[in-house]
Design a protein around this ligand. Structure first.
Ligand code: HEC
Length: 287
């Protein structure tokens, strides 16, 4: 039965590969199977089904005053991520990589996810109960944010990048810091601590690497590598690049365009300039 369902999913997926509905249809079919979440801690994985999570006594009702995916207040059945990841070995500098079922992946500093002491932010793993489904994500064909979704209470919007609200969550993996894993991104020691280039790297890792690699480093799969073969600072007019990062469709637009626009609260003008400064710094290093 499972094999049949899978075959059907593949055929249906291929048949409408170019259609705009394909993602939504595949999504809907995936959701009729038993959804589960995989947690990997240094090579050891465990998979937890939605049914198990919905029976977890640590589930509580969590209200977030502004959910950037639904663009309004929302209430969820959720488990504090600090509780959920209890028992895993998380070092102070580690990151947790959140991967979605469409290969979007974002690295979140582990201490932000599990250690409420660092900031006022608290992360929760929200679980969608199929008998009380969540609404569809507005303005998309992606269905709801479920079955698993990382939501945040407290914290500033600058601190909790909108990419950290990982919906359609499929896996959490505890890893070394991206700065350790991808040393090619680094800024040399002679760059002063206050130089925007450093903040640019930090924001690039937090916001852009969910989809983009840089010179082969990273795990993003949705967008192009931003250093190979060319770095965008080498072919974009500076003003157009700034405009593109604020809102790609203000530079060029087409139906299948995937790169999101960022509003000022998620990515300030100063941070856009900092990211461009870091891109330009890396381009200079290669010359
Ligand atoms: C959700 C995924 C996603 C995120 C996050 C994202 N991008 Fe993109 N980006 C894409 C995709 C996909 C494309 C290819 C065009 C498209 O489909 O929109 C793209 C295209 C681009 C391009 C244009 C490349 C070209 O030659 O046309 C640049 C430059 C770029 N992204 C930079 C960035 C930067 C810098 C960030 C972080 C501020 C970022 N992107 C965040 C997905 C993303």
């Amino acid at each position: 039965m499972r094999a049949l369902l899978l075959a059907f999913t593949l055929v249906a997926g291929l048949a409408c590969f170019h259609g705009r509905e394909s993602q939504a249809q595949i999504q809907a079919q995936t959701q009729t199977q038993t959804p589960s979440l995989t947690v990997t801690d240094r090579g050891t994985s465990r998979t937890i089904s939605r049914r198990e999570l919905l029976a977890d006594p640590r589930l509580q009702s969590v209200t977030v005053s502004y959910d950037p995916v639904y663009r309004r207040a929302m209430t969820y059945r959720a488990i504090a991520v600090s509780e959920f990841l209890k028992g895993t070995r998380i070092g102070d500098d580690d990151y947790v990589q959140a991967r979605t079922d469409d290969n979007f992946s974002v690295s979140i500093p582990a201490d932000l996810l599990v250690n409420a002491a660092r900031s006022s932010a608290q992360a929760f793993l929200a679980v969608e109960d199929p008998s009380v489904p969540w609404p569809a994500i507005p303005g998309t064909t992606k269905g709801s944010a479920g079955p698993f979704y990382i939501v945040w209470r407290g914290g500033t919007r600058a601190e909790i990048s909108s990419e950290y609200w990982a919906y359609h969550l499929a896996a959490l993996t505890i890893t070394d810091s991206p700065f350790k894993r991808w040393p090619g991104l680094a800024v040399a020691a002679d760059v002063p601590a206050t130089d925007p280039i450093r903040r640019g790297l930090d924001r690039f890792v937090a916001v852009c690497m969910a989809c983009h690699r840089f010179n082969g480093e990273g795990e993003g799969e949705q967008g192009p590598d931003l250093a190979r073969p060319m770095n965008p600072v080498d072919y974009f007019q500076p003003a157009a690049l700034r405009k593109y990062l604020r809102n790609p469709s203000s530079v060029r637009a087409w139906p299948e365009q995937k790169m999101p626009a960022f509003d000022e609260a998620n990515l300030s003008d100063a941070n856009i300039d900092a990211i461009i400064a870091w891109l330009a710094y890396k381009a200079r290093q290669r010359r």
